[in-house]
Structure formats: structure tokens, C-alpha cells
Design a protein around this ligand. Structure first.
Ligand code: SAH
Length: 224
């Protein structure tokens, strides 16, 4: 059952990648990312009442008004980060921990921050139970990043921001990449790729229209 579900989910992702290839600038995602998607049991990350839909290519409610992201978006955002084995990654918006689990298979260490304490606790317990051992999770406001562990090779924000938070820009390594949905909360946003070059110069690319739950606790430190 599970194997069939995952196979169908991978097929759906590949199909949607091809359908959006002009916008996302790629015909296929990297085999490393697709393997992580194949190896991660999404059924463990959704509420029991949604088990039947665990491998559908759509978001699902996880309580507290939040959602587990759509598999295609999880795969695409991960691919855009172009992670290497030795990388240290910051994730803002742990939610169910599903995206966290995918990231953890593609880098050395993931630091993840969740705003809703109950979700943070649930995700931490779940990720430990499933044996992911290179994840450090905390409850807090990810707008501020996690200065103690900065700088990061990659940063991923899985909630919609009105602007790119300055602390996250500051905590991105030269040569690093950040993926973040930017736009009006509750409406559509643009998935934005931020690349910081060796001199600290930023290149910003709009990748695709997306719809995420809002980033909470934004501060007025707009850079873009
Ligand atoms: N990647 C998650 C997505 C969860 S939805 C998954 O696939 O399960 C986005 C999450 O971001 C929600 O859990 C929400 O509570 C969290 N969030 C919103 N604002 C935040 C902030 N400022 N800091 C950390 N997490 C935040």
C-alpha cells in the first residue's frame, strides 16, 4: 500500500515538474532529491484522519491552522537549495517535520524552528522516533533565524513572508541559497530564490506562484 502510494506521489511530482518546467527552469529534479522523497514515509507525518490522502500531491491540515506542504513544493524547494552532504541548513516552519526529514537526508545538520510550541514538540518527538538524528529543533520565532548556529549554507522558509527577513539574509553564508515564499499572506505569493555570492551580493529570482500559511511574528526590518 505504502509503496504504491509513494510511487504514485513520485509520478505526480515528476508530472508537475514537467508541466511547470518553463517557470522553474528545470525539466526534472535531482535524483538525490527524488530519492529522499521516495525514502520518506509521508504517512508518518499526517494526522491519522488523513492517512488515505497521505501520498496525494496536495497540502493537508496538521492542526493549529497549519498545513503539511504539497509534495511537489517540498521537492521543488529542496531541489532549489542544491544541498551538498556537508551543508548546514536552517528551516523556518517545522510544521509536521516532513520537509525537515527530507532535508536531513541531503545535508550534515538541519536546524529547524517552529512558532507553535505544540507543533514543535510533536515534530521533535516524531523525528526522533523515526530515527532522524541530525536534526536540532526548537520552538521560537524563525524570523530572527538561529544566530548561535549561523551562518548557514542554505535557508528554507515554509511560511509566507511579506518581505525577506534581514536576520535570515545576514545568517546566509556567502555562496549560500535561500528559498522563501514572499507576498501577501492568505493570497498568492512568489517562491523566491535568494543567492548570496562570494562577495555577499544578492541575486533574487522569482520562481513560481505559491500559496503558504502566513509567517507569524514578522518584525519591521524590511530589506526587499
Ligand atoms: N514544512 C512544513 C510546513 C508547515 S506550514 C510541513 O510541510 O509540515 C508552516 C509552518 O510555519 C507552520 O507550522 C507555522 O506554525 C510555522 N511558522 C509560521 N511562522 C513562523 C515563524 N515566525 N517561525 C517559525 N515557524 C513559523
Amino acid at each position: 500500500m505504502k509503496e504504491r502510494g509513494i510511487k504514485r506521489m513520485l509520478d505526480d511530482i515528476e508530472h508537475e515538474v514537467r508541466y511547470t518546467r518553463r517557470m522553474i527552469g528545470r525539466d526534472a529534479l535531482s535524483p538525490r532529491v527524488m530519492k529522499a522523497m521516495a525514502d520518506t514515509p509521508r504517512n508518518e507525518f499526517v494526522p491519522k484522519s488523513y492517512l488515505d490522502a497521505a501520498f496525494d500531491n496536495g497540502p493537508l491540515p496538521i492542526g493549529h491552522g497549519q498545513t503539511i506542504s504539497q509534495p511537489y513544493i517540498v521537492a521543488l524547494m529542496t531541489d532549489l537549495l542544491e544541498l551538498e552532504d556537508d551543508d548546514t541548513v536552517l528551516e523556518v516552519g517545522t510544521g509536521s517535520g516532513y520537509q525537515t526529514a527530507i532535508l536531513s537526508q541531503l545535508c550534515r545538520q538541519v536546524y529547524t524552528i517552529e512558532y507553535v510550541p505544540a507543533l514543535a514538540d510533536m515534530a521533535r518527538t516524531r523525528l526522533e522516533r523515526l530515527g532522524y538524528d541530525n536534526i536540532t529543533a526548537m520552538a521560537g520565532n524563525g524570523y530572527d533565524g538561529w544566530p548561535e548556529h549561523a551562518p548557514f549554507d542554505a535557508i528554507i522558509v515554509t511560511a509566507a513572508a511579506s518581505h525577506i527577513p534581514k536576520p535570515l539574509i545576514d545568517q546566509l553564508k556567502p555562496g549560500g541559497r535561500m528559498v522563501i515564499p514572499v507576498g501577501r499572506p492568505h493570497l498568492y505569493q512568489e517562491l523566491v530564490l535568494v543567492e548570496k555570492d562570494a562577495n555577499g551580493e544578492l541575486a533574487i529570482t522569482n520562481v513560481l506562484g505559491v500559496a503558504f500559511v502566513p509567517l507569524q511574528g514578522e518584525r519591521d526590518e524590511s530589506v526587499f
